[in-house]
Design a protein around this ligand. Structure first.
Ligand SMILES: C[S@@+](CC[C@H](N)C(=O)[O-])C[C@H]1O[C@@H](n2cnc3c(N)ncnc32)[C@H](O)[C@@H]1O
Ligand SMILES: [Zn+2]
Length: 329
């Protein structure tokens, strides 16, 4: 953890400022261990260089496994592709160069594929994840001076209000027990004039969502390693599934990712069948959440349920009510 992160943090229990105790190595730029504490003595350990605001990976053990197994698959700088850059751009209404110098929060960062993009564009980025994926993110990006990592829960985030220019969460909130309540954590952390961007599973593909959920509820009880082995079937099944009629019926029985890259295909298939929680949403529903959160200029973007909104900046005070006008009488 870099001590500069402290300025943005607040106790997730009582919202007071946090101070650093017993930091080791003392006075180092990167703190490997220690403790954060507030005036009311709520304490949070720093272990392996990451402040831990949760006890463990509770309902996301599948993601801890998945993101260590595929620590680099989707990260542009390691995979030598631009897939994450392209996807990030599809969730923004401005060019990625807008990110330069911005403070950005990635909720549910996984191994940091989107943090990587924001860092490359010159942003200062905090990645939060409930699972030990956050250690994978640190292994991938910890060498960057503008990258910060936190193990925490979207339902109890440890930040001061209105800290970030952009708060985003791609492919995450639908994996929590209450997607809408999880979304409600984002706007308060966004500064006036800043942006909120999310991407969720779509409820529009019922023909695949229904059998998918049926299999997920059975398969997610298996030990991660066994389910991962089963998902390797996606490797060879890809070829018969490409035949029009066979593929159509095959997907209705047991859908698999149709990514051409073998490893990516297995990762995506495991990602669909392993989560404990998985919900799907519609555009009107999510549009309403944005509106009710006071966000404006709401935009429906491509791929899944991708939506972006702005947090309105306070209206400028009328000229005749400004302090200088009052002083003039
Ligand atoms: C499908 S992965 C997406 C990761 C990353 N956003 C990406 O697109 O590569 C979902 C992530 O959400 C995280 N997650 C689930 N529930 C969470 C919660 N309550 N708070 C924070 N992260 C959570 C999981 O641990 C997992 O890493
Ligand atoms: Zn506290």
């Amino acid at each position: 953890m870099k001590s500069s992160l402290l300025e943005w943090l607040a106790c997730p229990v009582c919202h007071e400022a946090l101070t650093l105790r017993e930091a080791a190595p003392a006075d180092a730029a990167e703190i490997e261990s220690g403790e954060l504490a507030c005036r009311s003595d709520h304490r949070f350990p720093i272990r392996k260089g990451i402040p831990r605001f949760v006890e463990g990976d509770v309902y996301v053990k599948n993601f801890s496994f998945q993101w260590w197994e595929h620590r680099t698959t989707q990260v542009d700088r390691y995979g030598r592709h631009k897939e994450s850059t392209r996807k990030f751009q599809s969730h923004l209404d401005v060019p990625l160069s807008w990110l330069k110098g911005k403070r950005v929060l990635d909720i549910g960062c996984g191994p940091g594929r989107f943090m990587d993009v924001a860092l490359a564009e010159g942003a200062e980025v905090v990645g939060v994840d409930l699972s030990f994926a956050v250690d994978a993110a640190r292994a991938n990006l910890g060498m960057e001076s503008r990258a910060h990592f936190i193990q925490g829960d979207v339902f109890a985030l440890p930040f001061k209000p209105e800290t970030f220019d952009l708060v985003f969460s791609f492919g995450v909130l639908h994996h929590t027990p209450d997607c809408r309540r999880a979304f409600e954590a984002l706007p308060p952390l966004t500064r006036p004039g800043g942006k909120v961007s999310i991407c969720l599973y779509s409820a529009y593909e019922r023909v695949l969502v229904v059998p998918g959920n049926f299999w997920r509820k059975i398969l997610n009880r298996l030990p991660p390693r066994l389910l991962y082995a089963i998902c390797h079937l996606a490797g060879p099944l890809y070829y018969p599934y490409r035949i029009p009629v066979i593929g159509h019926f095959g997907k209705m029985i047991w859908n698999i990712s149709m990514r051409p890259e073998w490893r990516w295909r297995i990762l995506d298939t495991y990602d669909w069948y392993s989560p404990k929680y998985q919900s799907a949403h519609t555009h009107p529903e999510v549009f309403r959440w944005f509106k009710e959160a006071g966000l404006t200029d709401i935009q429906v973007l491509e791929s899944g349920i991708s939506m972006l909104g702005n947090k309105p900046a306070p209206a400028p005070m009328p000229l005749d009510r400004r302090p200088e006008a009052a002083a003039r009488g």
